[in-house]
Unconditional design. Structure first.
Length: 232
């Protein structure tokens, strides 16, 4: 499935301007749902300027309205221009984030030694020489390198990292590790949504009960002797 030209900026716009669910936005933009949640909560590592996918002719407002009306509806993207694909060379990383690469490399080497240097190079956009220097602690800036999650640094998406870890674990014949760091956040979100649904149900019941009482009061005003029929 094709994705918007600028997934994170598009997700930011959809969060601010539509009533689509996080799941719908994540699937449409090709992001992890927790990335969308971070954008909505303004806790993402980078502050994204929203990009209107309607003006970019990537989706129609009618399609967005269908998604808002049905949480299970999967948004369909209009056919856009073919993205430019790099056939050679390392992955491009913005200049502002290049200084974070060593920290992300160190994190992967420490937490996922089963991932090959070639795979790390493609994910982060670096060279085997740099990876080897960090592993051997011969890197010129090794004293200042602090292992940090490359997803948090904005060097890759959680989906890309998870897929790479799964492939590397399968190739190495080991069980892929389960990241439970965000389990608490997921449970808290689910509990919050459950409380909201229960509160909405209680409000609806109260409104219905109030409507019944109002109808009864109106009936009494129209026919004040209705309760005394048979006694006149």
């Amino acid at each position: 499935m094709s994705q918007p030209l600028m997934p994170h900026a598009t997700a930011s716009w959809l969060v601010d301007n539509t009533a689509l669910s996080f799941e719908q936005i994540a699937e449409f933009c090709g992001l992890h749902i927790l990335e969308v949640q971070a954008i909505a909560d303004d806790t993402a590592a980078t502050k994204y300027t929203g990009r209107d996918p309607v003006r970019a002719h990537e989706i129609t407002m009618d399609e967005i309205h269908r998604g808002e009306a049905n949480p299970d509806h999967k948004l369909r993207m209009l056919k856009g221009p073919e993205p430019v694909r790099r056939t050679k060379g390392p992955r491009y990383t913005p200049v502002s984030k290049r200084q974070d690469k060593p920290d992300g490399i160190a994190w992967i080497l420490r937490n996922h030694p089963e991932i090959s240097d070639g795979a790390i190079g493609k994910l982060i956009g670096t060279t085997r020489t740099t990876i080897a220097a960090i592993r051997d602690r011969t890197h010129w800036n090794i004293s200042n390198i602090v292992p940090k999650d490359p997803v948090t640094l904005g060097l890759c998406s959680q989906r890309e990292l998870d897929a790479l870890v799964t492939r590397a674990a399968k190739k190495a014949g080991i069980e892929a590790p389960t990241d439970s760091r965000l389990d608490g956040d997921r449970e808290a979100l689910i509990e919050e949504l459950r409380r909201e649904r229960e509160a909405a149900a209680r409000r609806a019941e109260t409104a219905l009960a109030g409507g019944s009482d109002l109808i009864s009061d109106v009936a009494k005003v129209i026919d004040p002797f209705s309760n005394n029929q048979g006694h006149v």
